[in-house]
Design a protein around this ligand. Structure first.
Ligand code: ATP
Ligand code: ZN
Length: 287
């Protein structure tokens, strides 16, 4: 019998395609050339890749046509299929928001009662409004939702927003956020032992890649007189590496910093006399 392969569904083209392919590449998985194909496979990992419209991915995962998939949480929740999130992936970040024309005064959620609302997300929006006890006239449209108020089709819209520039260009302002979303790895709930083992291997790599992205490797020269203070500022994986420099009275200190605390700590290090600070990206990080 041929060895088992895990089948993953990713977006064929669109906002998630490039980051999904890059994530696999960063995990050391090389795909056979097949950009315009429906299906390809990896040369060096037991993985088969299907390129699909994002809207279809939850259904394929529910039906086990694909074992796993990469899709925005917004699509997963809209489709309401039997597929669970294994790992959020940190790209494709956006929010599903209510927007109204900037020329109307918005009076809170209650003011939407009885209004015409256009959206491509009738499932999520319908559930949200029902939970809040608000009845509206919901219109499902499949694209260009942002033009609906301008052409008199709707009083408000619910659409995906990232920078807000599309809303702005259409004279709309964002007034409520219904859902925050990012790309997620989803799975079919039943995988045989072989496929589960491949998924575990893939997840291990994905987590190492994600961790590496959030961390930087830092090298600096420290005057020995302030070495202790400088070391206390650096978290490091265990503790920083300290090596003597050729120049007496100085040491080289190496450590790992998370992106969030980065600027704050750099300033403090400089204040303690650290010099020649180098910050370099980390490719993989396994703890
Ligand atoms: P497909 O042809 O696969 O159906 P699509 O047109 O439905 O593609 P895209 O516009 O490529 O979808 O968006 C894919 C996903 O990217 C969205 O479902 C969402 O999770 C995420 N996303 C991130 N930022 C935005 C944004 N500003 N607008 C729309 N989607 C965004
Ligand atoms: Zn789509």
């Amino acid at each position: 019998m041929a060895p088992a392969k895990l089948k993953i569904a990713i977006q064929k083209s669109g906002r998630l395609n490039e980051d999904s392919v890059r994530l696999l590449k960063d995990c050391g998985i090389d795909l056979k050339n097949g950009v315009n194909k429906l299906k390809t496979e990896a040369d060096n990992f037991p993985l088969e890749v299907y390129f699909l419209r994002d809207d279809d991915i939850p259904q394929y995962v529910e039906d086990a046509v694909a074992d796993i998939g990469i899709v925005g949480e917004n699509v997963l929740y809209e489709k309401n299929k039997q597929a669970e999130i294994v790992e959020k992936l940190g790209f494709g970040k956006c929010r599903l928001s209510v927007a109204v024309s900037k020329s109307v005064a918005y009076g809170g959620l209650q003011s939407l009662r009885g209004k015409r609302i256009a959206t491509s997300y009738p499932g999520i929006v319908g559930r949200f409004l029902e939970e809040n006890g608000i009845k509206v006239d919901l219109h499902e449209i499949s694209g260009s939702v942002e033009i609906a108020p301008g052409i008199g089709l709707a009083d408000a819209i619910v659409d995906l927003v990232s920078s807000g520039s599309t809303l702005f260009m259409n004279g709309l302002i964002e007034v409520e956020t219904i859902l925050k979303s990012e790309a997620a790895l989803i799975r079919n709930s039943v995988l045989d032992a072989d496929r589960q083992a491949i998924l575990d291997k893939l997840l291990f790599r994905i987590r190492a890649v994600k961790k590496a992205k959030n961390n930087k490797y830092i090298l600096l020269n420290a005057p020995n007189a302030n070495l202790e203070k400088i070391i206390s500022l650096l978290p490091g994986m265990k503790s920083p590496t300290v090596l003597p420099l050729a120049e007496p009275g100085w040491s080289s200190v190496h450590s790992v910093l998370s992106e969030n605390e980065f600027w704050d700590i750099i300033e403090k290090l400089k204040a303690e006399g650290a010099q020649g600070i180098l910050v370099v990206p980390i490719e993989k990080m396994v703890i």
